[in-house]
Write a protein of this length. Structure first.
Length: 469
RNA sequence: GGUGGGUUGGCGGAGAGGUUACGCACCGGAUUGCAAAUCCGUGAAGACCGGUUCGAUUCCGGUACCCACCUCCA
C-alpha cells in the first residue's frame, strides 16, 4: 500500500499521512461564496483536492473517504444582488431572491467543476442550513470565556487562545503593529474577530440570544466541519490566501469550542493562480471565469491538465501557450489509447509521484514516459488516476461525422492529385488540412488522420468545398 | 513595517548531495515527390556571493529580484 506524504502547513514539514480512522478518512475544503461564476483561481483548490480524494480512495478504498466542501451563502454580495433584483421589480421576498441567486450560482458551479472532471464531494453543506449550529458554537465560546458580546456583536477574544497565530506564523503583536484597518471601538483587542453581527431590517437575519443577526464568515466553516466530520478530522484545505485570517480563526474557534479535540490534523494550502504573472483577483480586474474558458473552446480536460502540470504549492501562471500544448498532448494520448482497455492498475511511477505530496507534474512526466514506450494500457489506467483520459471527458477530441466525411473526400482528392503528380494541388490540400487543424500522417498502409490543437470545422468545410466535396 | 513563499536549459516544469528528469521548441539522421507525423540521436540549466563537503543546482548563511498574506478574495 502506498504511503501518502503531504506538506502540512501546521507543522511546516512534509510528513507521512496517517488517518485518524483508515476506514473513514475525513477532509474539508473551503468552498466558494456563491455570489457569481467561479473564476479560474477557484478551480485550483478544487482540482488539488480532487486529486487528493482520488489518491485517498485508491489507497484506503472507495468507501473509506468522506469529502466535505461547503457553499458560503451568507454574504453581502449575494444580498446586494438580491436587493438589486428586488429593486428591479422581481417578485418574491428578499429571502426568496437570495435563495434564488444562491441556487443559480451553485448550479453554475456544479456545471463548471463537472466540466473539469472534479468529483462531487460527499457533502456540500450550505451555511444557511447550519446557522443553528453556529449559534450553538458561539454560545459555547462565550460560556467558556473565549468570546464576548459587545454592542449586539459577538467577538472572539484572540488573547484567550494561546496558539492564535501559530498556523500563519505570526504573533498577535506583530499583526497589530502592521494592521492597516480601523479598529472598531468595542473590540477588546484589535485582532478580535466577529462571530455574530447584527442585521438591519432590510437584510436577512436569524434570531439569536444576541438579537437578530447573522454569523461571521469564519464560524460557518467551524460549525459545518464539526457537524459533518466531527471535532477532529484528517485534512483541511484551501488556498494559501485563506491561511490568514480565515483558517487561523477557524482553528481558534474550533479548538476553543472543543478543547479536547484536535480539529484538523493536516492543513493543505495551494499557492495562487496567476495570469500573466499577476495574481488573479477581483480588485485587479484581471480574472476570468472557468465558463469563459469553456465558452472559448478550451476543453475542461485541457484546463485540468494545465492545472495539474504545476505542483500545487507553487504559483501557477495560466497562459494560452500552456493550454495549446496541453491540448496537443491530450489529443496524441487519446489517439494512442483509442480502443485499448486500461491496465488493471496505474503505473507504480505515477502512484509514487502522487504519493509524494501530490506531485502531479512528476506524475505527468511518468505518463509521458508510458506514452513514449507505447504502453497504451498503462497510460490509460495511470492517466485516469489523475482524472484524465476519462471517456466522459473526451467529447472535445472527437470529430463529428460531417468532419470525418469531409476529410475522407479530401484525402481521396489528395491521393488522386499525387498519383497524377499534381503536387501543387496535393500540397494545397495538405496545407489546408494544417490550417484547419487536421493532422494527416502518411503511413506505408495509407494516410491516417487525427484532429490537432485548434481544429476548426469551418475551415475544414471551406476546404472541402474548394476541392469538390 | 511584520510574515510566508519563490528564483532550474530557448520556454514550461520535477526529483535527487555524486549517474539522462520529463514535455515543447531547436539541431542531425532515417523516412517522404517535398513535407507532416513517426523512429533514432546530439546539444542545452539551476539568480548572485560565501560556507560545509572528497564532491552542491541539491544542505547552511547572506545579497538581489519577484510574488503573496497582514483588507472581501481559492
Amino acid at each position: 500500500m502506498a504511503q501518502i506524504r503531504l506538506t502540512n502547513t501546521r507543522t511546516r514539514t512534509k510528513e507521512d499521512f496517517v488517518p485518524i480512522d483508515p476506514g473513514n478518512v475525513r477532509l474539508y475544503l473551503c468552498g466558494p461564496t456563491v455570489y457569481d461564476r467561479a473564476h479560474l483561481g477557484n478551480a485550483r483548490p478544487v482540482l488539488v483536492f480532487d486529486l487528493l480524494v482520488r489518491m485517498l480512495r485508491h489507497v484506503y478504498g472507495a468507501g473509506a473517504v468522506t469529502y466535505v466542501r461547503n457553499f458560503t451563502d451568507v454574504d453581502d454580495k449575494i444580498n446586494a444582488e438580491a436587493q438589486r433584483r428586488k429593486a428591479a421589480g422581481r417578485p418574491g421576498t428578499l429571502e426568496d431572491l437570495i435563495a434564488e441567486r444562491s441556487d443559480e450560482t451553485i448550479g453554475w458551479y456544479h456545471q463548471d467543476m463537472d466540466a473539469l472532471g472534479a468529483l462531487r464531494p460527499d457533502h456540500e453543506p450550505r451555511a444557511t442550513a447550519y446557522v443553528g449550529q453556529m449559534i450553538e458554537m458561539t454560545r459555547d465560546l462565550i460560556a467558556n470565556g473565549h468570546a464576548y458580546e459587545a454592542e449586539r456583536h459577538v467577538l472572539f477574544d484572540v488573547r484567550s487562545f494561546r496558539d492564535y497565530g501559530k498556523l500563519s506564523g505570526r504573533s498577535v503583536d506583530d499583526m497589530i503593529a502592521g494592521a492597516r484597518v480601523e479598529v472598531a471601538p468595542y473590540k477588546r483587542d484589535p485582532m478580535d474577530f466577529v462571530l455574530w453581527k447584527p442585521s438591519d431590517a432590510d437584510l436577512p437575519g436569524w434570531d439569536s440570544p444576541w438579537g437578530r443577526g447573522r454569523p461571521g464568515w469564519h464560524i460557518e466553516c467551524s460549525a459545518m466541519s464539526a457537524a459533518l466530520l466531527g471535532p477532529s478530522f484528517d485534512i483541511h484545505g484551501g488556498g494559501i490566501d485563506l491561511q490568514f485570517p480565515h483558517h487561523e480563526n477557524e482553528i481558534a474557534q474550533s479548538c476553543c469550542a472543543h478543547p479536547d479535540a484536535g480539529f484538523a490534523n493536516v492543513w493543505l494550502h495551494n499557492e495562487m493562480l496567476q495570469v500573466e504573472g499577476k495574481k488573479m483577483s477581483k480588485s485587479l480586474g484581471n480574472f476570468f471565469t472557468v465558463r469563459d474558458l469553456l465558452d472559448r473552446g478550451v476543453p475542461g480536460e485541457v484546463i485540468r491538465f494545465v492545472m495539474l502540470s504545476t505542483h500545487y504549492r507553487k504559483p501557477m501562471d495560466w497562459t494560452d501557450a500552456k493550454a495549446r500544448e496541453a491540448e496537443a498532448v491530450l489529443r496524441r494520448w487519446r489517439g494512442l489509447v483509442a480502443g485499448i482497455e486500461p491496465a488493471p492498475s496505474p503505473a507504480p511511477a505515477v502512484i509514487d509521484a502522487l504519493s509524494d505530496d501530490l506531485n502531479s507534474a512528476g506524475a505527468i512526466a511518468a505518463l509521458h514516459e508510458l506514452a513514449a514506450k507505447g504502453d497504451g494500457a498503462g497510460l490509460l489506467a495511470s492517466a485516469r488516476m489523475l482524472g484524465l483520459l476519462l471517456p466522459e471527458m473526451g467529447g472535445w477530441a472527437e470529430a463529428g461525422d460531417a468532419a470525418a466525411d469531409q476529410i475522407a473526400v479530401l484525402l481521396a482528392a489528395r491521393l488522386a492529385a499525387r498519383q497524377a503528380r499534381d503536387f501543387a494541388t496535393a500540397d494545397a490540400i495538405r496545407e489546408g488540412f494544417a490550417a484547419a487543424g487536421v493532422e494527416v500522417k502518411d503511413t506505408p498502409q495509407g494516410p491516417e488522420w487525427s484532429l490537432a490543437a485548434g481544429f476548426d470545422p469551418a475551415r475544414l468545410a471551406d476546404l472541402a468545398k474548394a476541392h469538390g466535396a
